[in-house]
Design a protein around this ligand. Structure first.
Ligand code: TXA
Ligand code: MG
Length: 350
């Protein structure tokens, strides 16, 4: 057990002393969890192989699942990639700092441990003042996966990081709740056509508009034995402890079905959690009923989703039903994470 230092700061105006302390820890090979605009990251020096090994150990994550390298200045790209394609320049102009990760060919400066043995590297410049200051203080290159134990929902508050990482890492920087609540969009720029490996706040349409070319979406989970493009996709990610089902269809049929299934499960002793919207909350009676926000407000739903899943875990919910959400804008990312959490268990009703 390590003694984990906790330090709270104002995300918009981060305390210099805390940032310096965190930067020194990372430079010396330690691990610091910090807020970004998407979710909390678990940061280590991306250019030290020993730091990346520690990150995998702290998360209990398989070491073939590569890490995202976070930078704070555009010029710093040169050291870690061999070539900067024109598409990367355009996307960075449009969306950095921000919730977009680009996959590029890596240079020798990036150790194989950081990229899970791949010849490519994921790079992101986050839009969060504390994250940017911390990356600068740490030497410019911070490898940071989401700061959760592997298989649990990503942390959107420092308390979530504490649940998973207390005693396992050197420091947790608390900058309050994260703004977006879902991980960054990942776009692979190493092939002829850009491919979205993970949907997020920056949508396919936004990327197509910026690049003026068609972009592919890699929606399929890879079949067994097949090498996955984003190795993270092969693991059952974002998984709550309860068995989860997403119910999709018209609102009346969805609420009626969930009411019936929840009652059946409760009769046989299951502890039931329901994820719904402000508009449908009053229909339900279960052990835990959580509205993620207004049914047409996907941004609010995105911000609350992981917190709700974690609250169900801590209340030992054994069975979860979630309404499906509209797939517009960040709604696509919401549905992607919901379906993953449910192990793609979806019930279509009418
Ligand atoms: O918003 C985010 O991206 C957060 C914050 C902390 O920045 N980070 C994050 O990291 O979500 P992580 O490690 O939880 O997810 C990274 C994903 C994994 O699915 C991984 O397989 C994929 O990115 N990835 C990383 N490097 C890759 C590469 N070279 N090629 C393909 N996929 C890669
Ligand atoms: Mg993650």
């Amino acid at each position: 057990m390590k003694k984990t230092i906790f330090a709270a700061l104002d995300g918009n105006n981060p305390d210099r002393n805390i940032i310096e302390e965190a930067g020194v820890i990372i430079k010396n090979g330690g691990l610091v969890a910090f807020p970004t605009e998407t979710v909390y990251g678990l940061g280590g020096d991306a250019l030290q192989s020993a730091s990346s090994r520690k990150i995998y150990a702290a998360k209990g994550r398989p070491s073939d699942n590569p890490l995202i390298v976070h930078i704070c200045r555009w010029e710093d790209m040169e050291r870690i990639v061999v070539r900067i394609p024109a598409a990367a320049v355009k996307l960075a102009d449009a969306f950095w700092p921000g919730p977009l990760t680009m996959i590029l060919e890596k240079s020798d400066a990036v150790p194989a441990e950081t990229t899970g043995g791949l010849s490519t590297v994921a790079v992101r410049m986050p839009a969060h003042p504390a994250a940017l200051a911390l990356i600068a203080a740490a030497g410019g290159y911070v490898a940071a996966p989401s700061a959760n134990t592997s298989g649990r929902p990503s942390p959107t508050r420092a308390e979530h990081v504490r649940e998973d990482m207390d005693g396992r890492i050197d420091m947790i920087v608390d900058g309050g709740g994260t703004e977006i609540g879902l991980e960054s969009t990942i776009v692979d720029l190493t092939g002829n056509v850009p491919v979205i490996l993970r949907p997020g706040f920056i949508t396919k349409e936004m990327i197509e508009e910026t690049l003026q070319t068609a972009v592919e979406a890699d929606r399929s989970l890879p079949a067994a034995g097949q090498a996955p493009k984003a190795p993270g996709m092969k693991y059952r990610h974002y998984a709550p402890r309860g068995e989860m089902t997403v119910v999709s269809g018209n609102r009346e049929a969805v609420t009626r079905t969930i009411v019936r299934l929840a009652a059946e499960k409760r009769r046989v002793g299951e502890k039931v959690g329901i994820i719904c919207t402000d508009e449908t909350r009053s229909f339900y009676d279960a052990d835990c009923v959580a509205s993620a926000g207004g049914g047409t407000d996907a941004e609010t739903v995105a911000r609350h989703l992981y917190e709700i899943l974690r609250s169900f875990d801590s209340r030992q919910v054994t069975c979860i039903y979630s309404e499906a959400f509209s797939g517009e804008g960040i709604g696509q990312a919401v549905m992607n994470r919901l379906l993953k959490a449910a192990g793609h268990h979806i019930l279509e009703v009418s």
